[in-house]
Design a protein around this ligand. Structure first.
Ligand SMILES: [Zn+2]
Length: 99
């Protein structure tokens, strides 16, 4: 369950936990999301998260699978595209809810 909620000082925040070392990924440039399979139309696969340093070791846990990995920097953008997210409106909503 790598996407979790962290509670700290009265604040709740979504965080991502590495599926290999089980530590929090705190910098998008230091992480990837990974999935099995290649471009097969209609196929839906589970998503995993790893630090860059854990990526290859994680894949070796299931060496028979064909793995793909993408930088975590891209995840909010690609996910936003599939959620029909208007980034400007979402930023305004987030700021309003922080108050
Ligand atoms: Zn890790």
């Amino acid at each position: 369950m790598p996407l979790q909620i962290k509670h700290a000082d009265g604040i709740t925040m979504p965080i991502i936990i590495c599926d290999f070392c089980h530590e929090q990924i705190t910098d998008a440039k230091d992480g990837s999301y990974q999935f099995r399979g290649v471009d097969t139309t209609g196929e839906i696969n589970d998503i995993f998260f790893t630090h860059e340093k854990c990526c290859r070791a994680f894949e070796k846990l299931d060496p028979e699978s064909l793995w793909s990995s993408v930088s975590l920097e891209c995840l909010p953008i690609y996910l936003g595209n599939n959620l029909n997210l208007n980034l400007k409106e979402a930023l305004e909503t987030a700021k309003r809810l922080e108050k």
